[in-house]
Ligand binder design. Structure first.
Ligand SMILES: [Zn+2]
Length: 220
């Protein structure tokens, strides 16, 4: 009774907000996503291993991911990981030996204080009970964010910048590789190549959001 009272009081002082629209959620609401946003989010259901994504990257999801990346909303990472986990339950996730993530350049991570892909991967690792392999796949250069580079130059921007420090640990292993956004796939493909070169067996990409290029049907 007393615990319930204090929990309600805490909810009142620090209300849970929807991670997408930032609306205050009803007291005792466990999921940090409102019903309205839940209906608006375009969950991706027609994808298959080895390239999975949770939802479409649009205005609603973009601003939420921006808050996770640049505005210290680190707890969003856990909420997203929970959502990603539900999709993993529908596949044979036990075949994966390790969870890895597309790493940020070390100095950049120190400046920001966290790496959002690592936050998501860490939580997913706990939920799935698949060990996370940290500090093995590294980014050797502080590349420009892909969003600041033209589409033509994106492959070159990340070419050869990822390195596996202990390849012997990944030999013949099945890897679930996590990142936040899949746009052209250049960044995650470069990581995938580094893991393959290190001897990894199966590599499945799993990103939080994916840019879906829709054909403009109005065009002639
Ligand atoms: Zn909402």
């Amino acid at each position: 009774m007393l615990i319930k009272f204090f929990n309600n009081l805490l909810d009142f002082i620090y209300p849970t907000k929807c991670v997408f629209c930032e609306e205050v959620l009803p007291i005792n609401e466990k999921d940090s996503i409102c019903k309205h946003c839940y209906l608006k989010i375009e969950f991706i259901t027609d994808d298959r291993e080895p390239n999975l994504s949770l939802f479409s990257y649009d205005d609603l999801t973009r601003f939420s991911i921006l808050r996770l990346k640049y505005y210290n909303k680190i707890h969003y990472g856990k909420i997203f990981a929970n959502m990603m986990y539900n999709k993993l339950l529908k596949i044979d996730n036990k075949k994966y030996d390790y969870i890895l993530y597309v790493p940020m350049y070390i100095k950049k991570k120190k400046k920001r204080g966290y790496d959002q892909a690592e936050v998501i991967a860490e939580e997913l690792s706990k939920l799935c009970n698949i060990p996370i392999e940290k500090d093995n796949l590294i980014r050797t250069k502080n590349t420009l964010p892909q969003s600041k580079v033209s589409f033509e130059d994106r492959a070159k921007n990340v070419e050869g910048v990822f390195k596996v420090l202990k390849p012997e640990r990944l030999k013949d292993k099945n890897i679930l590789l996590i990142d936040d956004i899949y746009t052209t796939g250049n960044t995650i493909n470069c990581c995938g190549k580094a893991l393959k070169d290190a001897g990894a067996s199966i590599i499945c990409y799993y990103t939080l959001a994916k840019v879906i290029y829709k054909k403009n049907l109005d065009l002639d």
